[in-house]
Design a protein around this ligand. Sequence first.
Ligand code: HAM
Length: 420
Amino acid sequence: MAINAPRGTKDITSSDSYKWNYVENKFKELCKLYGYEEIRTPIFENTELFQRGVGDTTDIVQKEMYTFTDRGERNLTLKPEGTAGVVRAFIEHKMFADAQPTKLFYITPCFRYERPQSGRQRQFHQFGVEAIGSDSPSLDAEAISLAMQFLNELGLKDLSVSINSVGCPVCREPYNKLLKEYLESKSDLLCDLCNERREKNPMRVIDCKVETCQENIKDIPLIADHLCPDCQEHFDNLKKYLDEMEIKYTVDKKIVRGLDYYKRTAFEIISNDLGAQSTVCGGGRYDGLVEQIGGPKGYSGVGFAIGAERLLLTLEANDIEIENDNKIDIYVVTIGELAKTKSFSILKELRENHISADKDHLDRSLKAQFKYANKIKSKYTVVIGDDEINNDEVNLKNMEDSQQKTIKLSQLVDELKSLL
Ligand code: HAM
């Protein structure tokens, strides 16, 4: 029986990989514009990193991680997200000793054991940035601006930015007390999961997908209405900077996000045409995370991650086409044994001059070679047989307009250089 790819994973075949290359290159280009440098961290980390970083009470850590024990009895986990690994690397490589902030970006596969559906996979990919080493809201504004410029330059216009402040330990303490009291008074009306979260992670109740819970907690106290003066000022400054850049946003006081490390800013960018899985980008600030996973005090961070699969689905839903520029420049058609051998030196010279070239590898007939050249959308073809080699004369054909031109075989590279 044939073996298929595991549930929730997808091959990215050549009919899509050019799109991935395009969006990846665009993301790298934009990150560079904003002064972010690339970091690549391992696919797996010690499980404890995510337990401490992402948070023990989150769905990700409780239900969605791909955790295993290796042959050396180490407890490892495939990364469910990019931030924790980057922060670990920030500490491990003592990046805090450099001039701050440390601005890093990554493109990485991530793994979550979720129920697969369109835009939700078990192996998916994130384009992310992390700016560590400053608690200024200017980095929050910059991150949102970078994400929006990236999405806009890809052609996406129908996007909404939602922002919120989820406070800090100072405002969370009295707020959590208030929240717990409120939820206790509603305990009979809440689902089991909410009642479980009520004690451990009460803010997550706000995010409950059960309709009756939402009905019953309409007047739930929201942290954004209970911010301490420092968090309020931070949030007001973020809004001021976004206004200055004319980035439109709405304040959504109900954004809590599914990872425990968020403090103050939390934001999401929603594509208005993707349905259930419409959150293309999620991010926020994680002051305290560096310290929480063993680093020095006082290194705050902020970042976001864009789901690559969701991004590509959004582009498709918006009829934004990415051109496949993997066309071959020239296909060398050969007739006879002499030409077949000669074609090796011709192709070598073309490729050494960075002209993409291909030839027949299946002993096809002349007609079949042309058919194949058409199929792979070669821009030019040249036919080589005994006469062409002896007379140093070939026919160069433009496959788009069928124009032909007789040129010297020895001049093929120069001729193509002037044409391409
Ligand atoms: P997140 O909201 O969990 O945040 O994930 C970010 C994005 O990854 C989501 O908005 C979505 O587009 C995509 N995504 C998440 N799960 C899946 C899935 N199962 N299938 C397909 N796409 C998915 C984080 O991961 C944070 N680390 C973001 C961040 C960086 N915050 C600060 N810095």
